[in-house]
Ligand binder design. Structure first.
Ligand SMILES: *Cc1c(COP(=O)(O)O)cnc(C)c1O
Length: 385
């Protein structure tokens, strides 16, 4: 088979399965409305849960940061790219989340790759929740460690897998709030199971940070659990982009030696770190509480309305509300019908979710109004008939 034939075949297979992914150009894709080709849609597909991507204070902080520092960091943090703006943000994050140290990464994907690659050796074992994000499972399967998966949120099965003989170190991996189902992990039970075997727990709280718990400190804080490694990302609740790893002093020192994404990659622009500090200040403030309350109201309103509609939806208390339809073509058709009514949603298909569970992944945000949620419910009702 030639290169060209291989590529054509792969694309053809995706097309035939209604699984071809396409990007649609939008004029603006975060916040309450998505605009595209001059048309305005109510946006139920962004992860901008608190509506901070458009917040004037965050925008201004980025502008002021750019005026002070320029637009680029000039190099990795090991060269000249670790500025006072990065340091201030790391210290504030560590303090807020109750860890000795925080290290910034340019994205959650990069953070997960870096941490798992830097920590895992040949005789080690990773035991990950089966529904963990692609960035975690990919890093785990690329690492020299053995990868085992436990049934979703099943602490008993995690314990059983960790009990099997292992010559090296073991790392248990889960998420705070799961990205496709919106449910939460039982972190205390998972951490207990890990501790019994001297395993460490890594929690990726991409969808919990800023949104869950007191001051938006996230899922782990809400459940009173302190995983050895906590990953938080800033492209969702924080409304910006980037990520941080929260850990002990020695793990941070170790990652600065061995995490290649920190050593061989340009650090985030300092202006972005300034914007993130502004975003974090809002997340922690009374305004943050108000935004979380608005989001909670929208979740309750949506769940209540959904009960009378003929859709299967797992029990999610988070901003992520999946509506499971089963096959790919039905999910695409439903998304299309909603768009015709001015509602922007994305159909999520395998391999992002297990086969046969194609779904609409609806996301509610603090930027929505009650009438937006009503419009969404009404559009779902019409589309279901
Ligand atoms: C979105 C997401 C990531 C990736 O974070 P980015 O900053 O967007 O690269 C990692 N883990 C989980 C669970 C996510 O949902």
């Amino acid at each position: 088979m030639t290169w060209q034939a291989r590529i054509n075949t792969a694309l053809e297979e995706r097309r035939a399965a209604d699984a071809l992914r396409v990007r649609r150009v939008v004029e603006n894709g975060a916040g309450r409305f998505l605009t595209r080709e001059g048309q305005r849609f109510c946006n139920f597909s962004s992860n901008d849960y608190l509506g901070l991507s458009q917040h004037p204070q965050v925008v201004r902080a980025w502008q002021q940061g750019a005026e002070r520092f320029g637009v680029g960091s000039g190099g990795s943090g090991h060269v000249s790219g670790y500025t006072t703006a990065h340091q201030a943000l790391e210290e504030a994050l560590a303090d807020w989340l109750g860890y000795p140290r925080a290290l910034l990464f340019i994205s959650g994907f990069a953070a997960n790759q870096a941490v798992i690659a830097a920590l895992m050796n040949k005789n080690d074992r990773i035991v990950a929740d089966r529904l963990s994000h692609a960035s975690l499972l990919e890093a785990a399967s690329l690492s020299p460690a053995q990868l085992r998966r436990f049934a979703h949120n099943d602490a008993g099965q995690l314990a059983a897998l960790l009990d099997k003989p292992c010559d090296g170190q073991q790392l248990a991996i889960t998420e705070g709030v799961f990205s496709m189902d919106g449910d939460s992990a039982p972190l205390a039970a998972l951490h207990e199971a890990a501790k019994r075997q001297n395993a460490w727990l890594l929690v990726d709280d991409a969808h919990g940070i800023g949104v869950m718990g007191d001051e938006g400190r996230g899922s782990a804080h809400q459940q009173n659990v302190k995983p050895e490694l906590l990953i938080v990302t800033f492209g969702k609740g924080f409304g910006v982009s980037g990520a941080a790893v929260l850990c002990s002093e020695s793990v941070a020192d170790y990652l600065l030696q061995f995490a290649r994404h920190l050593i061989y990659s340009t650090s985030m622009p300092p202006a972005q770190a300034v914007a993130l500090s502004a975003s974090m200040a809002i997340v922690r403030s009374a305004e943050g509480d108000e935004r979380r309350q608005l989001l909670a109201d929208h979740i309750r309103q949506f769940r209540r309305g959904l009960r009378s509609l003929p859709f299967h939806s797992p029990d999610s208390q988070s901003a992520i509300q999946p509506v499971i339809v089963g096959d790919n073509s039905r999910a695409l058709a439903l998304a299309h019908r909603l768009r015709e009514r001015g509602i922007w949603v994305t159909a999520i298909r395998p391999p992002t979710v297990p086969s046969g569970t194609a779904r609409l992944r609806l996301t509610l945000t603090a930027a929505h109004r009650a009438q937006d949620v009503d419009a969404l419910l009404e559009a779902l009702r019409v589309a279901s008939q």
